[in-house]
Design a protein around this ligand. Structure first.
Ligand SMILES: Nc1ncnc2c1ncn2[C@@H]1O[C@H](COP(=O)(O)OP(=O)(O)OP(=O)(O)O)[C@@H](O)[C@H]1O
Length: 264
């Protein structure tokens, strides 16, 4: 479903600030897998998601989605294949459009109907039914501006929007990191539910070792632009947060002191 092969990417090549971020990264994610992605700051996690979504094009290597080589497709050509939720709730939805206008954009994404009337009653009914699932009362606020919603509400709507798209791939880039713990928990549970119900192939970047093991079906650790740990099944079930931290420290070559990595 998602296959990346020998990805290489260098920022600011041939300058004093050259940064070789992806160094021959390989990953093969099967349909329906939910992969949690961890790694130290600068390991290349967001860059990898950007290369999969087409927001960045790798210097070399391949990105294959649903057996289609999209390595050189720009982001708009992958819009119908990949949905994303970002760390910043302000990214990914438009604050100056209403809730239902935002949802209509997601609904029409990847379809040729973008130039047709954006909204109709049938769509509004679909959006209402979807919003009810959140139990946040947003089904009564279809015409409220997205910018009026709290960060958690926006992330929840962003997740719902991913189920309105034709895509079956969901990329989550620390999408709960900017939320308070209770709201983060709510959004994580919602993520789990949406991923399962819609059988989405998912990559979730997180800094929390606990979340990395608690959610998903497989955990991948990146270090210096390569996969250094890839666990699933029984092996993953046996892993504890402390095991993961030990591996993390070994790769990073220093002791992890940030409690957020452990508990967040
Ligand atoms: N557009 C860009 N231009 C130049 N350098 C960039 C760009 N995007 C990322 N980088 C650099 O590439 C490296 C990897 O960044 P990336 O965001 O992929 O790391 P990450 O693993 O997601 O880290 P973090 O956990 O801190 O978010 C970092 O050193 C970052 O500063």
């Amino acid at each position: 479903m998602i296959k990346v092969e020998e990805l290489q990417l260098t920022f600011n090549a041939n300058t004093p600030i050259e940064n070789h971020v992806l160094r021959g990264l390989n990953l093969n994610i099967k349909e329906g897998e939910f992969v949690t992605v961890i790694g130290s700051n600068g390991a290349g996690k967001s860059t990898l998601l950007n290369v999969i979504s087409g927001d960045l094009i790798a210097d070399s290597g391949y990105v294959i989605i649903n057996n289609l080589d999209v390595s050189h497709f720009p982001a708009w050509r992958r819009a119908g294949l990949v949905a994303r939720v970002f760390q910043d709730p302000m990214i990914g939805t438009c604050g100056n459009l209403t809730i239902q206008e935002n949802m209509a954009l997601a609904y029409n994404r990847g379809k040729e109907s973008l130039l047709k009337p954006a909204l109709n009653r049938h769509m509004s009914e679909i959006f209402k039914e979807k919003l009810k699932i959140l139990d946040l009362g947003l089904e009564h606020r279809l015409n409220d501006m997205m910018g009026l919603l709290s960060g958690g509400q926006r992330q929840a709507v962003s997740l719902l929007m991913s189920t309105l798209q034709p895509s079956k791939i969901l990329l989550l880039d620390e999408h709960t990191a900017a939320l308070d713990p209770k709201t983060a928990q709510f959004v994580l549970e919602l993520t789990n539910q949406i991923v399962k119900e819609n059988k989405l192939t998912t990559m979730m970047v997180t800094h929390s070792m606990k979340q990395a093991l608690q959610y998903g079906t497989r955990t991948v650790m990146l270090h210096q632009g390569r996969v250094v740990l890839d666990v699933s099944g029984e092996e993953r079930e046996k892993l504890t947060v402390n095991d993961l931290l030990a591996m993390f420290e070994k790769n990073r070559g220093e002791e992890v002191t940030d409690d957020a990595l452990l508990l967040g």
